[in-house]
Ligand binder design. Sequence first.
Ligand code: MG
Ligand code: ZN
Length: 363
Amino acid sequence: MKHLLLYFYITTLLIFSNCYISNDNMTINNPKNIILMIGDGMGLSQISAAMYSNGGQLNIEEAKYIGLIKTNSASSIITDSAAGATAFSTGKKTYNRAINMDVDTLPLRPITSLLSNYHIKTGIIATSSVTHATPACFYGNQIDRYHVDEDLADQFLKTNINVLMGGGEDYFNKRSDKRNLIDSLKNKNYVVIDSIIDFYNLSTEKLINFCAPKEPASILNGRGEFLPLATKTGISVLNTNNSHGFFLMIEGSQIDWGGHDMDSDYIISETLDFDLAISAVLEFAKEDKNTLVLITADHETGGYGITGGNTKTNTIHGDFLNDDHTASMVPIYAFGPGAENFIGTYHNTDVYYKILSSFQIKN
Ligand code: MG
Ligand code: ZN
């Protein structure tokens, strides 16, 4: 009898541990959803400065799988945000200022378009205008990133993207050709809102939110909770009737602008705001258990360094090499099923291929 009990005990243990292992194996390389978060210009010093001014800790630290990204473009050791985001969105290095164009100026297919073929829903959130280089690379094609906002708004209309949130409403409804693209968006069944208060109790699978006519304010100038709220709302819209998974790109756009302004306070406040969005994303991913979260940058901005400070008063002193991008590698943090595939040192273009293989899509 004693032996029989022991036998049952051990068998039960084995069955349960086996279930656990096979369950784990099922989800490990196969997330249903992927959220790619890009801190524009967010190098290690930017993260460190935000961390020290926040009492020595950030939400990003919850992502335990960490790698390093080589950011150079095809035309320069120092990338701009257009070539950087094109690498993430198409897997191709290209020349600076290109929005999803290859080195011969031939159009490349953005990842959102490819994923929608697999019925994966897609979304884009930024704290810049939605036609700025980084978000534009997730839906548009332009030979040169500058002075093409209205053309990009037009290109967005031709996509199947479910969620678009950020600034740049004027490029849709105050256009030089007098067309009102907001009406066209509504005809395509988008709910279009421009107030952060409207974010609650939405029930739609297609949402556009404009938080500013052109570029949104910085945190220091009163942008408020737009990014963390947009993040929660964007996720909940994409997760409504979500049978095939979703891909969401969230950009902390203005960390880079703080670097160009050589302004530590601007960098820190924007990075902390981005970290709040990270917290919202991780909260969802922990509950969902089927979402891979990637947090990275397109490049570093400013040659920013911490040259002094005080951990008791949470103050830092930052200094800059110049007011432009640098070629330093940037970190990538991963959380969730398949996160282990993102450790190591590799090119920005590999992020694209790793995302596709996480979705089990052959390229
Ligand atoms: Mg950007
Ligand atoms: Zn920049």
